[in-house]
Write a protein that binds this ligand. Structure first.
Ligand code: AMP
Length: 296
């Protein structure tokens, strides 16, 4: 029996970094594990699926952090308007039997301002990083702080933010961080739209358009299943999107599973790849991706 889980009681909510750190250190000292789910709140079924996976770690307390991290937003991005729904979030986490919720302010997380940060490797300049400079440095920095403050043995990340997940894996490996990362597949609506806190910015018309994004990825996947080349797989997704001129496509890219460029990858046979896209629907920037088995 897992003595630290509390499936029917409300989670303990911490806003102080020191209080969280002391509580989680005590749990680790008692021989138990800690499973962390970092989020920016406005929780939906995607986040809750991460939580449900975290709950499966044996003998573990589940910690969910809710923090809209200013360090990973660029100028002109949606830091100020990002949805903040703390009471509803805590209610959802109570229903999932989460043990602790960490809800720091920016002052708690960055008492010395933005000073020491993590410098990610070259992948952080590509794909999302091409238009969001500093985004991944911000995300890796805040997650390193959350790993340290929560004393987590395990941390859960969604494939929704696939590049973030890969960069997180690179960091854990390169900096020998003592924890295990667990990727969680994308949770979608029945119509294919990947759940995202930013979907609530969309009007009804925009929501219908946004559904086309995943449809384009399915078109690419189908092209791969039919034995088409990398160029044709990307082409199939782009061609699908071209039917909808109101979707402002930023990129559609096909990479290997660790987001290496396919021209640098000499694998042959059936190669696991990722088809990734970013697009603007109205003023909302959305991302999505899908696994694709490419025959080479
Ligand atoms: P966010 O609150 O957007 O920073 O997301 C927190 C975590 O939830 C990240 O690891 C995301 O990849 C993950 N996540 C967000 N949306 C989904 C989704 N639709 N399916 C799976 N994971 C998700």
């Amino acid at each position: 029996m897992d003595s630290v889980s509390s499936s029917s009681s409300t989670p303990k909510v911490f806003s102080s970094a020191q209080d969280l750190s002391e509580a989680t250190a005590a749990i680790r000292n008692s021989g138990k594990n800690i499973a962390l789910v970092p989020t920016m709140g406005a929780l939906h079924e995607g986040h809750l699926t991460l939580v449900r996976n975290a709950k499966k770690i044996p003998n573990a307390a589940v910690v969910v952090s809710i923090f809209v991290n200013p360090l990973q937003f660029g100028p002109g991005e949606d830091l100020d308007t990002y949805p903040r729904t703390l009471d509803a979030d805590i209610e959802k986490l109570s229903a999932e039997g989460v043990d602790m919720v960490f809800t720091p302010t920016p002052e708690v997380m960055y008492p010395n301002g933005f000073r020491t940060t993590i410098d990610p490797g070259p992948l952080a300049k590509e794909l999302e990083g091409a238009t969001r400079p500093g985004h991944f440095a911000g995300a890796l920095t805040v997650c390193t702080k959350l790993f340290n403050l929560s004393h987590c043995t395990d941390a859960f990340f969604g494939e929704k933010d696939y590049q973030q997940l890969v960069l997180m894996q690179e960091m854990v490996e390169d900096l020998n961080l003592p924890l295990t990362l667990h990727p969680v597949p994308i949770v979608r609506e029945e119509n294919g739209l990947a759940l995202s806190s930013r979907n609530r910015y969309l009007s009804a018309d925009e929501t219908r358009l946004a559904q086309k994004l995943s449809k384009s990825l399915f078109a690419g996947r189908e092209a791969a299943q039919n034995g088409m080349s990398a160029e044709d797989v990307k082409g199939a997704a782009r061609k699908y999107l071209a039917q909808f001129p109101d979707i402002d496509v930023e990129y559609v890219e096909l990479r290997d599973a660790r987001l290496g460029k396919l021209e640098d990858n000499n694998d042959t046979g059936v190669v696991e790849c990722r088809l990734l896209l970013a697009a603007r629907v109205g003023t909302t920037r959305l991302i999505d991706n899908m696994g694709v088995m490419l025959q080479r």
